[in-house]
Ligand binder design. Structure first.
Ligand code: SF4
Length: 336
């Protein structure tokens, strides 16, 4: 075993913040090396120790879709590549999805997704419906485009608990957005008193370990309560259709490095992995998402009938991966 890797792992387990180069060194290990197996195993063990072997289930409801002017090169909603037309979830379907996701009171968080350009009043109207029908201590999170502190304050007043937003890999190259504006949105959310959630995404074969490590550290700097690693899906019809995809095995190593980098952080940061895979849940990931409505990684109008998982399937994946507890939105643990 490489001594430098042992030292980095021990440093992480001791709760010492890792430097970018140390994360890169972990990511540089070949996937099948002894060092990579050790990184994955120790990350899983450390995260489970920290959470009493608990996982969390989130739900996401896509509220609307329209061909998106932003035209990000990897997205199934981008106006030049989309096969979808304008879709807006009906109030009846929104109530049914909210009750379906939260009816047993055990969902940790519910994301409400709109597009990069969205109507705040419409978001608040949909939020009011969700608030009326949500059960249990489920946290409500927005997943929308760049937003000012003032608008986040309005959302907070209307009942959201936090904001999912990403400074994505190669923002400004594969997307039209100014990376600093994306980062500022997370700062706006924090200044509005909201929790922030994000992911290192969308990871493709071309991204360097330096880029990935930089994004892992940015999430930690933002003190996200939830992060994770997401691989890019080569959505048919987009410029990335033929550009390949990293394996679940590689993604597991990335989430393991992310988990070890997070150990020094005093809050529990729930870590997701997209696409969900047992390899990821055996490598430090502990959070899974059920999805309904539209989904930017999918070309189906209702992802729950295609790529999306339902709550029962999510819980079963966690259970099969050995998690024995489920954390509810207020942090209380119940038996899986
Ligand atoms: S990733 Fe978001 S901003 Fe970019 S095209 Fe898709 S919906 Fe629009």
């Amino acid at each position: 075993m490489d001594r430098q890797i042992v030292e980095i792992i021990n440093k992480a387990l001791d709760g010492t913040p890792l430097k970018q180069q140390e994360i890169v060194t972990m990511l540089d290990c070949p996937d099948t090396s002894e060092e990579a197996f050790e990184i994955r195993a120790k990350a899983a063990w450390a995260m489970r120790e920290r959470t009493s072997n608990a996982g969390v289930v989130f739900g996401q409801i896509g509220l609307e879709m329209h061909p998106c002017e932003a035209n990000c090169s990897f997205c199934s909603f981008a106006k030049d590549y989309t096969q979808l037309s304008n879709i807006e979830i009906s109030d009846e379907a929104l109530i049914a999805s909210t009750e379906n996701f939260t009816g047993d009171g055990n969902l940790f968080g519910l994301w409400l997704m709109m597009m990069a350009t969205y109507d705040l009043d419409k978001f608040l109207d949909k939020l009011a419906i969700v608030k009326e029908h949500v059960s249990g201590p489920t946290n409500i999170y927005s997943n929308v485009g760049d937003t000012s502190r003032e608008d986040f304050e309005k959302m907070k007043k209307a009942g959201i608990d936090g904001v999912y937003h990403c400074w994505r890999l190669r923002e400004g190259t594969d997307t039209p957005f100014d990376p600093e504006k994306r980062k500022q949105t997370l700062i706006n959310a924090k200044e509005a008193g909201l929790d922030v959630l994000d992911a290192v995404e969308p990871i493709g074969p071309e991204h360097t370990n330096d880029e990935i490590a930089e994004h892992i550290l940015f999430s930690i700097e933002m003190k996200t309560i939830q992060s994770g690693s997401m691989k890019r899906i080569p959505v048919p019809g987009t410029p990335f259709e033929d550009r390949g995809m990293i394996t679940d095995f590689r993604l597991a190593q990335i989430v393991a490095a992310q988990a070890l980098a997070n150990i020094s952080y005093d809050n529990i940061c729930w870590l997701g992995i997209h696409e969900p895979s047992p390899l990821g849940y055996m490598s430090g990931a502990n959070m899974i998402t059920a999805e309904t409505g539209v989904n930017p990684r999918d070309t189906a109008e209702d992802t729950s009938k295609s790529r999306g998982l339902d709550i029962a399937a999510c819980r079963d994946i966690l259970r099969q991966c050995g998690f024995t507890k489920l954390a509810k939105g207020d942090g209380t643990l119940i038996d899986m």
